[in-house]
Write a protein that binds this ligand. Structure first.
Ligand SMILES: [Zn+2]
Length: 403
């Protein structure tokens, strides 16, 4: 039976119409675990979060997930976790739940990030690690806090983990309904998303119930032939090449090197950044993608996107030339790695690269036709000229055959 069943198949099979999104590989196939998945809760986590109830809160989130996935057994235990990612050099792999307390490498606003490695040929998820952003956010078990401390930017451990575990087993965001667990953002002190909503459960059932639609291939797993040494949680990358800072008048100039501590973030695919809120915005086309393993941790994939600039939409950026932006994830052989829910933009796609005044790294978001129209509206609303590359796409005129 073909594994290439999707939401469309779910609809044709008469399952309830849902807004949930399942994780796909770069070929558009739904991916999932098979049989069981075990998570290792890092033994340092409770200390790093300064919350002694952390392990119990995560175990509770694991139990909630296990209950929602009849054909997938989900378990956890506490131990020293290995570095993030998936290695193929003979090193052991596990599904770690860890805190990152400095040099958070992903979207700075994110409470956590889930790194999923899958086999794009068999459509099986092979590895999922959850990193909690303890550098920029505070985590507690909210209902165990004294009520006079329940204020400010405090995030509930179980509420956060229930969302990330959804990513770890194959759910993506549902931006249509703020009450579902897989909604892209959570409010401080929120606990309502410790339990999956009906839509989340429908997505999990599509993947992990007898009435679900997912049947993975059982072909042997081919491993990409990469090997490297090193390790550790340090995700610092030596340099990211960016165009920002290049003067407009130097339109032929190619790129300026800016040394950043981490990747460009792949912006949430459910939201287009508000151009009014960012300092720089550049529209570009992906002309090359090169994926490598991160030297400091070969379990992690990174992709250098070569972008041909089409327009400087806002700020002090060049209106032509090329730039290279390093983003997390990518594909090596049959293996594909996706951070949280953001696939690396495909070749020939149009992307918007933005940077906020206070952010240390840019965001990259794919601009499809609906977003092209939204971006056009944003720029028109700001009273600025609409760049040529944002002009409405007109279909070629129909011609009568000539003789
Ligand atoms: Zn998420």
């Amino acid at each position: 039976m073909s594994p290439r069943l999707s939401l469309l198949a779910a609809l044709t099979l008469g399952l309830p119409c849902a807004a949930y999104e399942l994780r796909h590989d770069s070929q558009g196939d739904v991916v999932a675990w098979q049989g069981h998945v075990d998570f290792v809760i890092d033994s340092k986590l409770a200390i790093q979060l300064d919350e002694p109830r952390t392990d119990g809160a995560i175990a509770a989130a694991i139990a909630v997930l296990d209950n929602a996935t009849p054909t997938l057994v989900v378990r956890s235990h506490v131990a020293d976790a290995l570095p993030l990612g998936y290695r193929t050099d003979g090193s052991p792999n596990e599904n770690g739940i860890v805190a990152i307390t400095e040099d958070w490498p992903y979207d700075e606003k994110a409470l956590a990030a889930t790194v999923v490695t899958l086999n794009a040929r068999t459509n099986l998820i092979l590895d999922a690690d959850i990193a909690i952003n303890a550098e920029r956010h505070h985590f507690r078990v909210v209902d165990s806090m004294p009520s006079n401390e329940q204020h400010g930017d405090v995030n509930d451990v179980q509420n956060t983990m229930t969302h990330e575990l959804g990513h770890a087993v194959g759910l993506m965001h549902n931006a249509d309904d703020p009450v579902v667990v897989m909604y892209p953002s959570a409010a401080p002190l929120e606990m309502s998303k410790r339990a999956y909503a009906q839509d989340d459960r429908a997505g999990l059932a599509a993947l992990y119930s007898d009435s679900g639609v997912f049947v993975p291939d059982t072909k042997p797993v081919a491993i990409a032939g990469c090997s490297a040494s090193g390790g550790g949680l340090t995700l610092i990358i030596a340099a990211v090449v960016l165009l920002f800072g290049t003067r407009r008048r130097h339109q032929e100039v190619v790129a300026v090197v800016a040394v950043l501590g981490a990747f460009a973030a792949l912006a949430d695919d459910a939201r287009l950044p508000q151009v009014s809120q960012v300092e720089h915005a550049t529209l570009a086309t992906v002309v090359d993608r090169t994926t490598v393993r991160l030297p400091s941790n070969p379990g992690l994939f990174v992709t250098d996107l070569t972008l041909r600039v089409r327009d400087c939409v806002k700020g002090d950026c060049a209106a032509s030339g090329t730039m290279i932006v390093r983003v997390p994830g990518g594909r090596l052989g049959d293996l594909e790695q996706v951070v949280d829910h953001q696939p690396v933009p495909p070749l020939s796609s149009t992307v918007l690269v933005t940077r906020e005044r206070t952010a240390s790294r840019p965001h990259v978001v794919t601009v499809d036709e609906p977003r092209r129209a939204e971006l056009r509206r944003q720029i028109e609303a700001a009273g600025q000229p609409v760049p040529g590359s944002l002009a409405p796409q007109t279909s070629p005129p129909t011609r009568s055959p000539t003789r």
